[in-house]
Design a binder for this molecule. Structure first.
Ligand code: PLP
Length: 436
């Protein structure tokens, strides 16, 4: 029974409000792989919410930990006061980060993690007497949240247009190359030369004006754009050679999405900072984090006189105790159930084979995948936009997906089983035959 009369008051984010409110999709509850809507229909959550519910919905262990924490310590200031759960959570988290990234700056979202990482980069450059390094380099199709720093380095035009002036930035070319790499399994073969563009940008702007480069190991919101073989290592090499920091935005890639704790672990490339959110609490409560190299932390912290604040930055809800409790319980589940590595095993292989079985169906021009992320790209004869219609049809057929243009992005909970994967493939098969 609805307790509201009208949908007018909630201005929905990143949603076509008028279309949605004319034909709403209301979710009432969720469990495991499934959303349950107000029509009594079960909807397969093929995107783990917004790439975040990695351990599946309705995990009792997390609910219990949250409830217990609210009753023990609901809130205390993170400025000049501490609580055990914040320190414990930070210590547990860094057991999963690449070696050397042992310092954690807590935020409330992925967007705030990005802003914080960019500011840490500037604070670090200042602290070591290189305040002239103020510029950032992002990448086309990159998504780094919606705050001003994030949209500056981000590479999705609608998110940037009309919001300027932005930070001093430049952008690498994206690495999506369907012509050469269509239907690649795992990392695509062609495109490492696009990393060389970084060398050109650094030479054009002067490396002594660049603080950091930020990229997602795999761009999610940009349409599941994979790095070509060797590309990330090349970026690392160029950044190191030019004394520029490398930030990996792993808000999506972290916490089991790629079959490892992080993309940097999976691809064996060590960034100087990692931004994280989403799966860090299984999406249950908002929390983000920046994992920072010891040397960066130490340089900033040791640069201020003893007794003075070293970094003028932080949030009311940094390391919120209830969010930390959700995060610790999530980490316990990931570790106990082996979920961080699951996508690298048999289920990851099944995912790959199943998605690629769609090759040859009408309208499908590419399938790409890595770990438990994937995309099915459609094209119409006249080049028109068909993604939103596919999203609606998937929902009618009992599956929630995300459309990025005509690419359908998939990122299911990593607890997914073969029968769910089969259902995803069956729905795409039906849609391809119906609509193309
Ligand atoms: N960075 C990346 C790579 C993301 O995918 C997202 C969200 O999808 C963000 C940052 C922003 O996170 P949030 O929506 O929690 O602010």
């Amino acid at each position: 029974m609805k307790s509201y009369q009208s949908m007018d008051h909630f201005w929905m984010p990143f949603t076509a409000n008028r279309a949605f409110k004319a034909s709403p999709r209301i979710i009432e509850r969720a469990e495991g792989m499934w959303l349950h809507n107000d029509q009594g229909q079960k909807v397969l959550d093929a995107t783990a919410g917004l790439w975040c519910v990695n351990a599946g919905h309705g995990r009792k262990q997390i609910a219990d930990a949250v409830s217990q924490q609210i009753q023990t310590l609901d809130y205390s200031s993170p400025f000049n006061l501490g609580h055990d759960i914040g320190f414990e959570f930070a210590e547990r988290l860094v057991k999963h980060t690449p070696a050397g990234l042992n310092r954690v700056f807590f935020t409330c979202s992925g967007s705030e993690a990005v802003e914080s990482a960019l500011k840490i980069a500037l604070a670090y450059q200042n602290a070591r007497g290189k305040g002239g390094k103020y510029r950032f380099i992002g990448r086309e199709k990159g998504y780094h949240g919606v705050n001003f720093g994030g949209i500056s380095v981000g590479g999705l035009t609608p998110n940037r247009k009309g919001f300027g002036p932005l930070l001093p930035v430049d952008h690498l070319p994206h690495t999506l190359d369907i012509e050469r790499n269509a239907f690649s399994k795992g990392l695509p073969e062609f495109g490492i030369e696009r990393a060389e563009e970084l060398e050109k940008l650094l030479s054009f702007h002067g490396a002594d004006s660049v603080a950091a480069v930020i990229v997602e190991p795999i761009s999610g919101a940009g349409g599941v754009v994979l790095p070509p073989v060797g590309y990330l290592k090349k970026l690392r090499e160029i950044c190191t050679r030019n004394d520029v920091l490398l930030i990996f935005d792993e808000v999506i890639c972290g916490w089991g999405r790629l079959g490892a704790s992080f993309g940097s672990v999976k691809f064996d490339v060590q960034p100087d900072m990692i931004t994280s959110a989403k799966g860090i609490t299984n999406g249950v409560l908002p929390l983000g984090a920046v994992f920072v190299k010891d040397e960066i932390h130490d340089t900033v912290v040791n640069s201020a006189p003893e007794g003075q604040v070293e970094f003028f930055h932080g949030y009311t809800y940094s390391a919120h105790p209830v969010a930390c409790a959700a995060g610790l319980a999530t980490l316990n589940i990931y570790e106990e159930e082996g979920l961080l590595e699951r996508g690298s095993g048999e289920i990851g292989e099944y995912w790959e084979q199943a998605l690629h079985s769609l090759k040859g169906l009408p309208g499908i021009i590419d399938v790409r995948n890595c770990g438990l992320i994937g995309a099915v790209e459609f094209a119409t004869a006249d080049g028109s936009l068909v993604g939103p219609k596919i999203m609606q049809r998937c929902y009618e057929l009992g599956m929630s997906i995300r459309a990025v243009g005509n690419a359908i992005a998939l990122s299911p909970p990593v607890i997914i089983e073969k029968e769910h994967i089969d259902q995803i493939v069956d729905i795409f098969t039906q849609i391809s035959r119906e609509m193309f």
